[in-house]
Design a binder for this molecule. Structure first.
Ligand SMILES: Nc1ncnc2c1ncn2[C@@H]1O[C@H](COP(=O)(O)OP(=O)(O)OP(=O)(O)O)[C@@H](O)[C@H]1O
Ligand SMILES: N[C@@H](CCO)C(=O)O
Length: 325
C-alpha cells in the first residue's frame, strides 16, 4: 500500500484548519501508487486527496502544483490544489500550494469523480487523445520551466546502473536504444518538435472516467517541459496496445491520434518521429521499472511494476519501425 508516511488525525486536523477545509470526517490511506503517500481526506466541506511527496523536493514541487492550477483555470479537468488562504501575492497569484506534513512536502488537491478505465475501448482512447491535445494547448502560456526529470539525461545516468541486473541480450537492447535516442535528440527533426509542459506518465491509472465521461487527468508529479510527441507516445504505449503481447492495437491507436489531431494537428516532424518516439516511451518505462525493481527504496513494501512488459512493448515498437521503413 502506498502509505510510506503515517499521517495522524491531529496532523490532518491541523492541515484542514490551515487550509480552511472545515472539520475532518475521515482520513483514509490509499492503496495503490508507488511514488508517494496518498490519503483520501473527507471534511465538512468536501472530499480531497492529501499527498506527501516521498521523492520530490520543496524546490521541485511548485512547478507541478502551479501547473495543475494553471490547467484547471484553462478548463482542463485536473485536481485543483488548495492554497493557504490569504497567501496570494502579486508575484504568486495562486498562493501557497505547498504544505509541510510530517516534515515532508505535501499538497491537498480536489478528489476527482469516477475510476480508472483499465480496459479502454477506442471511445476512451479518443477522449484521452482529445483532452491531451487540449492540455498541451492550455500549457502554452504556462510561465514556469522545469525539464522532464525522467528524460534523456536520466536515462543516460540510469542505464549503466540497471545493466548490472540484465541479461546480455537485454543489455544490448538497452544500450542500442539509448544510443539511438541520443542520436535522434541531436537531429534537426527533433529540434523542430513542439514542446511545452507534458504529463509524461498519462497511463490508464492516471485518468478518471465516470459513466463514460472523462473526469480528469491526475498524478502530474512526473510532468515537465518536453516534446508534446513524447506525451503522445507514452499514451499510445499504454492505452492503445494489447497488454498481453505489447502489440499495437490499430483501432485504438487511430482513434487516439484522430482525436488528438482534430484539436491540434501533428506537425511534419512529429509524424516523422512518432515511430522512434514510441521506442523512447517504451525505453523510459523499461528503465524506470528495472530501477524500481532492482534498487528499491528502503521503505518500499510495494509490488514493483513488471519491467519485462516494457521490454516486450519496446521489442514490438522496434519490429514495427523496421516494418514501416
Ligand atoms: N485527485 C484524485 N482524485 C481521486 N483519486 C485520486 C486522486 N489522486 C490519487 N487518487 C487515487 O490514489 C491512487 C494513487 O495515486 P497516484 O497514482 O497519484 O499514486 P502515486 O504513488 O503518487 O503515483 P504512481 O501512479 O506514479 O505510482 C490512484 O490510483 C487513485 O485511485
Ligand atoms: N506509470 C509508471 C509508474 C510510475 O508512475 C509505470 O507504469 O511504470
Amino acid at each position: 500500500m502506498a502509505v510510506f508516511t503515517e499521517v495522524s488525525q491531529d496532523d490532518a486536523r491541523d492541515l484542514a484548519a490551515k487550509l480552511a477545509l472545515g472539520e475532518v470526517r475521515e482520513l483514509r490511506g490509499i492503496q495503490g501508487g508507488i511514488e508517494n503517500t496518498n490519503y483520501f481526506l473527507t471534511t465538512s466541506t468536501g472530499e480531497f486527496v492529501l499527498t506527501l511527496f516521498e521523492r520530490l523536493s520543496f524546490e521541485q514541487l511548485p512547478f507541478y502544483l502551479h501547473l495543475m492550477k494553471h490547467l484547471a483555470a484553462h478548463a482542463i479537468p485536473v485536481p485543483e490544489p488548495h492554497a493557504t488562504p490569504g497567501s496570494a501575492t502579486a508575484d504568486n497569484p495562486d498562493g501557497r500550494l505547498l504544505q509541510t506534513v510530517c516534515g515532508k512536502p505535501a499538497a491537498v488537491v480536489g478528489k476527482l469523480r469516477g475510476k480508472s478505465e483499465l480496459a479502454p475501448t477506442a471511445v476512451h482512447c479518443a477522449a484521452v487523445g482529445d483532452m491531451l491535445a487540449r492540455m498541451h494547448l492550455a500549457g502554452r502560456d504556462y510561465p514556469h520551466m522545469q525539464p522532464n526529470l525522467r528524460g534523456l539525461a536520466w536515462w543516460n545516468e540510469t542505464v549503466p546502473v540497471v545493466l548490472e541486473h540484465t541479461t546480455p541480450e537485454q543489455s544490448a537492447l538497452l544500450k542500442g536504444e539509448l544510443a539511438l535516442q541520443n542520436h535522434v535528440a541531436a537531429s534537426s527533426a527533433y529540434a523542430a518538435l513542439p514542446c511545452g509542459p507534458i504529463h509524461a506518465d498519462l497511463f490508464r491509472d492516471n485518468v478518471m472516467f465516470d459513466d463514460g465521461e472523462l473526469t480528469g487527468f491526475f498524478d502530474f508529479y512526473f510532468a515537465g517541459v518536453d516534446t508534446w510527441l513524447f506525451d503522445i507516445a507514452v499514451c499510445l504505449n499504454d492505452w492503445c496496445i494489447d497488454l498481453a503481447t505489447g502489440r499495437q492495437d490499430d483501432a485504438r491507436t487511430q482513434a487516439f491520434l484522430r482525436a488528438y489531431n482534430a484539436v491540434r494537428p501533428l506537425a511534419a516532424a512529429e509524424r516523422q518521429l512518432l515511430p522512434v518516439m514510441l521506442r523512447a516511451g517504451a525505453l523510459r518505462f523499461w528503465i524506470s521499472r528495472l530501477w524500481d525493481l532492482h534498487l528499491p527504496r528502503e521503505a518500499s513494501m510495494l509490488k514493483a511494476h513488471d519491467p519485462t512488459h516494457f521490454e516486450r512493448v519496446l521489442r514490438q515498437r522496434v519490429a514495427q519501425a523496421y516494418r514501416t521503413l
